[in-house]
Design a protein around this ligand. Structure first.
Ligand SMILES: [Zn+2]
Length: 266
C-alpha cells in the first residue's frame, strides 16, 4: 500500500524558538509521518533563512515574503533580495503577506504592499500565502476579497488563506476565486466557533492543514510551542467534522497541496 504522507502547509521552523532543539523537532515530524512543510517567511532576512532551511531538508519547501506587521522595517534593497530568492528552486510561494488590522495605523501602506507582493507573485508565477487578520472595526477578509474580485490573479496563480478565520460565506468566495483555505489548530479549540461550520461547509478538496508553528498549538498542546508533528491533531479534528477517516483527510489535503504547487510549473 502506498503510504500517504502528511504535509504541514504553514510553519516557521526557522524561528528562533527552535534554535535549541531544531533537529529534534524535525525528527519528531518525520516520526509522526509529516513528509515536510512549507517554511513560511515573515521578513526579508527570514526569507533567506527559510530558503536555507528548506535547502537542507528533503520534502520541505519555502516562501519569501514580508508579514504585514513587518513591512515598516523593510528597506528598498529588500525587494531585490526577495526577487532573487523567489527564483530559488525551493521557493514555491510568496508569503506570508496580506493585511493585519489588529494594530492601529498602516492600513494604507499594507494595501499598497499587497499590490507590490501580487506583482512579485505574478512575476515569478507563484501562489500567495495570505495572512488576513481583522480588527473589531475592519474586516480584512472583506477588503482582500474585494481586491481579488476586482484584480483576479492571472491564469492558475492561486493561493492560500492561511489560518482562515472568516465566515462560511467568505470561505465560499475565496474558493470561487480559486483559493485554498488553511485550517490551523484553532479548529481544535473549544471556542473554534464559526470555523467548525466552515470546515463542515467547504469541500475537503479546498482545504489544507497547517500548524503555523511555533504559534497556535492545537489541543491538547494549546498554549505551548507548536511544531509540525502536531498537524495530525488538525487532521484528526477535520476528519471528525467531515465524518471521514484521518487517512482520507491526509490524502486529499496532500493532493490539494500538490495541485497548488504543480499547477504553477505547467
Ligand atoms: Zn505564519
Amino acid at each position: 500500500m502506498v503510504k500517504i504522507p502528511m504535509f504541514d502547509s504553514h510553519a516557521h521552523v526557522a524561528s528562533g524558538q527552535f534554535d535549541l532543539d531544531r533537529p529534534a523537532v524535525i525528527e519528531r515530524a518525520r516520526v509522526a509521518g509529516v513528509d515536510g512543510w512549507l517554511e513560511v517567511a515573515s521578513t526579508a532576512a527570514g526569507s533567506r533563512r527559510a530558503v536555507e532551511l528548506a535547502e537542507q531538508l528533503e520534502g520541505t519547501l519555502a516562501t519569501v515574503g514580508v508579514h504585514p506587521e513587518e513591512i515598516n522595517a523593510m528597506q528598498e534593497e529588500d525587494w531585490q533580495l526577495l526577487d532573487e530568492l523567489a527564483g530559488s528552486e525551493k521557493v514555491v510561494a510568496i508569503g506570508e503577506v496580506g493585511l493585519d488590522f489588529h494594530r492601529e495605523g498602516t492600513y494604507e501602506k499594507q494595501i499598497e504592499y499587497v499590490k507590490k507582493f501580487v506583482d512579485l507573485a505574478i512575476k515569478h508565477n507563484k501562489p500567495i500565502i495570505w495572512h488576513i487578520r481583522s480588527s473589531q472595526q475592519l474586516d480584512a477578509n472583506e477588503l482582500l476579497l474585494d481586491y481579488l474580485r476586482h484584480c483576479p490573479l492571472p491564469g492558475r496563480l492561486r493561493g492560500i488563506a492561511h489560518t482562515f478565520s472568516g465566515t462560511v460565506e467568505q470561505a465560499q468566495r475565496y474558493v470561487e476565486l480559486g483559493m485554498y483555505l488553511g485550517i490551523s489548530g484553532v479548529v481544535t479549540f473549544k471556542n473554534a466557533g464559526v470555523l467548525l461550520d466552515v470546515v463542515k461547509a467547504i469541500d475537503l478538496e479546498y482545504l489544507l492543514i497547517e500548524t503555523d508553528s511555533p504559534y497556535l498549538a492545537p489541543d491538547p498542546y494549546r498554549g505551548q510551542r507548536n511544531e509540525p508533528a502536531y498537524v495530525r491533531f488538525v487532521a484528526q479534528k477535520v476528519a471528525q467534522l467531515k465524518e471521514v477517516t484521518i487517512k482520507e483527510v491526509e490524502k486529499v489535503t496532500y493532493c490539494n497541496w500538490q495541485k497548488l504547487i504543480v499547477s504553477q510549473k505547467v
